[in-house]
Ligand binder design. Structure first.
Ligand code: SF4
Length: 578
């Protein structure tokens, strides 16, 4: 076993494990050898083999609620076979459940881990739970070691970067808004005030150094900026970043922010600066279409008008916009009557359809199903009101499975807490199963129905009456929907039907041409799906089309390139003729 060798691990994702790469940078700066392993589908066989071959002295793993049970088992196995290896765990789950995590690890690192990992690797810290102390400057990430091991990440045309952690907002479902009293052992954090995850903004020079390294060493077309709220500080950080990024790195990027950040003159100035820097796309969360649900359940008391005005600005500035929403929320216990269950989910489609009709955006609408993570305020709310009583061992590993909540039949109000044991109030087993399936299917077709005029009506008809949920039935319902709209003189529907006929001339099959006609850059989509027969390959091709050709494609950049090519061409012509 090599005394200065560390193996970092995380569950597999197509996105680089940014947190680990920064921690790896810290280990590199302390002279440690590093390796990385991403575990696919909770299968730890390869991981154990790597431990056997690499013989690390330390294993550090990122744990979240969803992989915590599998990791517990894997670490018990590891400890039995390699008792000398030191196990460090960090990430959201150990931060909220340090005592529980300590059972299967030697060190538990809570919240931001730079300070604690440094102490551990320098041999100054004993085996213990290490609460957050002080924020440290992000070490330069260890991309090279990671990309050498993971060429698919190295060759991805999209690279992720993070310029800050922490968030000033207080969404109830988000770890970022948690405070020390929300964890399973608050006494560990006595004296710690404020948020559990601190606000740590990287110096612009560090971000530029990283951007340049990416640009010079690995094929990259765009950057995905993982900040939760990018560009908060419009006085100092953002102006400096814009100037440096534009002049030195000049890679287009997609980022994330809140609708409130688009408001007023300051919002306009922020968007101007972002465009100047090369930001061409933004993701903003709507989460719920109902103001009472947003305010009381999610702590996002934002007006609908902020979204409409914000979206209009974003589209006028030329941003590609993705909206995000959460379906299957714990409905029914608000102070005022709100839409419930499927109705509330469908209202999200309607809101996106209305936004698109009035402002031209979003470019893409993405939906998840709510999971009640313990430790978050909304997780506790679900237990209090009776929507959930599990221990999170059933929390799905991805956003793409069925809900694990139960739902009231109709709105009850604040008193639900006192009546939660009355089974009459809740959907029966069969009703619950039906809603969970409808919800999962709505999530699957969400972006598509948001692109369709009156798409909420199409979604409702399909989800309530289709005898099966599959592409075939969706096509049938879509066709009827468009024929009805066209018969009533709906101009957009008539245009889309015409386009679908034209797409057939380009080679689109009749049963998918209308679906394709609803998508942006439809003729390009036709070429992507040609020859694909089964539904799975078709959906994968469509997903790639929507991300590669639409959301993550900086059309302005292409225009710039095209026009510079055109001007080169003119020069050539001039040279020839002269
Ligand atoms: S704005 Fe985003 S990062 Fe901030 S608390 Fe809300 S969900 Fe979390």
């Amino acid at each position: 076993m090599n005394k200065n060798r560390i193996l970092f691990g995380a569950s597999y994702s197509a996105i680089e494990p940014l947190g680990l790469l920064h921690l790896g940078g810290l280990a590199r700066d302390l002279g440690w050898e590093r390796s990385y392993h991403l575990v696919k589908d909770h299968n730890f066989e390869d991981f154990f083999e790597i431990v056997n071959d690499y013989k690390p002295f330390v294993v550090g793993f990122n744990v979240y609620t969803g992989n915590h049970l599998q990791l517990k088992e894997a670490f018990e196995h590891l400890k039995k076979d390699y008792p000398g290896i030191m196990i460090i765990v960090g990430g959201p789950h150990p931060t909220y459940f340090p005592r529980e995590s300590k059972i299967f690890a030697d060190y538990v690192v809570m919240s931001e881990g730079f300070y604690a990992l440094k102490g551990i690797l320098e041999g100054r810290f004993k085996s213990a739970i290490w609460p957050p102390r002080k924020s440290e400057r992000f070490p330069h990430p260890d991309r090279k070691t990671f990309y050498d091991l993971y060429p698919e990440h190295a060759n991805s045309k999209i690279k992720s970067i993070i310029t800050m952690t922490g968030c000033p907002y207080t969404c109830t479902y988000c770890y970022n808004s948690s405070k020390p009293e929300d964890i399973d052992a608050p006494e560990l954090l006595s004296g710690v005030t404020g948020r559990l995850f601190p606000n740590n903004i990287r110096p612009v020079e560090d971000v530029i150094k990283e951007g340049l390294e990416i640009k010079e060493n690995w094929p990259t077309e765009i950057i995905y900026c993982q900040d939760d709220v990018h560009g908060m500080d419009t006085k100092h950080w953002l102006p400096e970043f814009v100037k440096e990024w534009k002049s030195k790195v000049n890679l287009p990027y997609h980022a994330q922010m809140r609708w409130e950040m688009t408001k007023g003159a300051n919002g306009t100035q922020r968007l101007e600066m972002l465009r100047e820097a090369g930001c061409f796309g933004l993701t903003l969360a709507i989460e719920s279409a109902d103001k009472v649900i947003r305010k009381e359940i999610l702590s996002r008391g934002m007006d609908q008008s902020t979204m409409f005005t914000g979206m209009k600005k974003l589209i006028d500035f030329g941003f590609k916009v993705r909206t995000e929403q959460i379906t299957g929320l714990p409905y029914g216990a608000t102070s005022e009557i709100t839409p419930m269950n499927l109705r509330a989910d469908l209202d999200l489609v309607k809101l996106n359809v209305d936004l698109k009709k009035i402002t031209g955006g979003p470019t893409m609408a993405w939906a998840s199903t709510f999971a009640p993570y313990r430790g978050t305020k909304l997780g506790s709310y679900c237990e209090k009101m009776g929507h959930y009583s599990g221990d999170n061992s059933d929390v799905p590993d991805t956003f793409f499975e069925e809900s694990i909540l139960r739902f009231p039949r109709k709105w009850v109000g604040l008193g639900l807490e006192h009546f939660k044991h009355n089974n009459e109030l809740w959907l029966s087993e069969s009703e619950l199963s039906k809603y969970r399936k409808q919800n999962a299917e709505l999530r699957r077709i969400f972006n598509f129905v948001c692109l369709v005029p009156r798409g909420d009506e199409l979604a409702e008809n399909y989800l309530l009456t289709a005898s099966e949920f599959n592409f075939n039935w969706l096509s049938i319902f879509t066709d009827t929907h468009f024929q009805n709209l066209a018969a009533s003189g709906d101009y957009e529907a008539i245009k889309t039907l015409d386009l679908s006929e034209n797409l057939e001339k380009l080679g689109a099959k009749k049963d998918v041409s209308l679906y394709l006609a609803c998508l942006p850059k439809a003729s390009l989509a036709v070429s992507k799906v040609q020859g694909l027969i089964d539904e799975k390959s078709f959906s994968t091709a469509i997903r790639h089309h929507l991300y590669d050709n639409v959301l993550y494609k900086d059309d302005n950049m292409i225009n710039e390139i095209d026009s510079s090519r055109a001007s080169d061409g003119r020069k050539d012509n001039f040279n020839i003729s002269s």
